[in-house]
Design a protein around this ligand. Structure first.
Ligand SMILES: [Zn+2]
Length: 251
């Protein structure tokens, strides 16, 4: 199974979560919320073949952590993955949208400068603004829109721009969100948990939520679990392969 957006460093016991990921053979993208958290979080996944660590600066923290953009740029050479980055236009964070946009633009510019990255992107109540920012930095890499909750027209625009989507159980349980997922191209979809913020019951890594997400995706697509898994697995290979090809020259 694939968990393309989880916060391993924020579990009460990251090592237990990682052991469970290993045991279940899950491919995981471990995202971070601040550049400062990256080195330690990357160490957690040291020698774990199926876990990659992404360098992030969460939009909900941008107004407090914009001083860490320089550190972000310095660390960017250490990973092929960026996240969690993006914009959050929800009521509690809308007042900070200007600083969020500035941070995101600087991050996307830095990604372009190093030839592009695979980017896990938050776009809550700000999907149009996120797509505008990606449009300003077409060389920044491949965006993977995590828990996308924008309108269908924005999803279509994102697909046209080459974006991917990571979808989790809360999305697939919502009738409206599931209808949107059903319309996405199957070769641009991955699964995620966003654990421990979502999908989790208690403090354990939520393997059952990932299984259920896969089964629900199979239901939406009218395929069986094995076929769905093969599709997701191929997608992951394509995504990682494409970006390697794109920025191999820049390294
Ligand atoms: Zn997240």
């Amino acid at each position: 199974m694939i968990d393309f957006h989880c916060h391993l460093d924020l579990f009460p016991s990251p090592s237990e979560a990682i052991d469970e990921i290993e045991r279940s053979g899950i491919y995981a993208l471990s995202v971070t919320t601040t550049p400062k958290a990256f080195p330690k979080t990357a160490m957690l996944a040291h020698r774990r073949k199926r876990i990659r660590t992404a360098l992030g600066l969460h939009p909900q923290l941008a107004h407090e952590r914009h001083g860490e953009v320089g550190m972000f740029v310095r660390l960017l050479g250490e990973t092929d993955y960026v996240g969690e980055i993006g914009l959050d236009g929800g009521d509690e964070f809308a007042e900070h949208l200007a600083v969020q946009k500035d941070v995101l633009d600087r991050i996307l510019r830095a990604c372009s400068d190093v030839g592009g990255r695979i980017m896990s992107i938050h776009s809550r109540h700000a999907s149009a603004e996120v797509l505008d920012a990606l449009g300003r930095h077409p060389g920044s890499g491949v965006p993977v829109l995590h828990w996308f909750s924008g309108p269908p027209a924005h999803a279509e625009r994102a697909v046209e721009m080459g974006a991917w989507f990571s979808v989790g159980l809360p999305m697939l349980r919502s009738r409206r969100a599931a209808a949107l997922v059903a319309r996405l191209p199957r070769d641009r979809v991955l699964t995620e948990t966003d654990a421990p913020f979502a999908s989790t019951v208690g403090s354990q890594y939520p393997t059952p939520a990932l299984k259920e997400a896969l089964a629900r995706l199979a239901g939406l697509w009218g395929t069986d679990d094995a076929t769905t898994w093969r599709c997701l697995n191929n997608n992951l290979r394509t995504l990682t392969g494409t970006v390697k090809a794109t920025y191999a020259a820049a390294r």
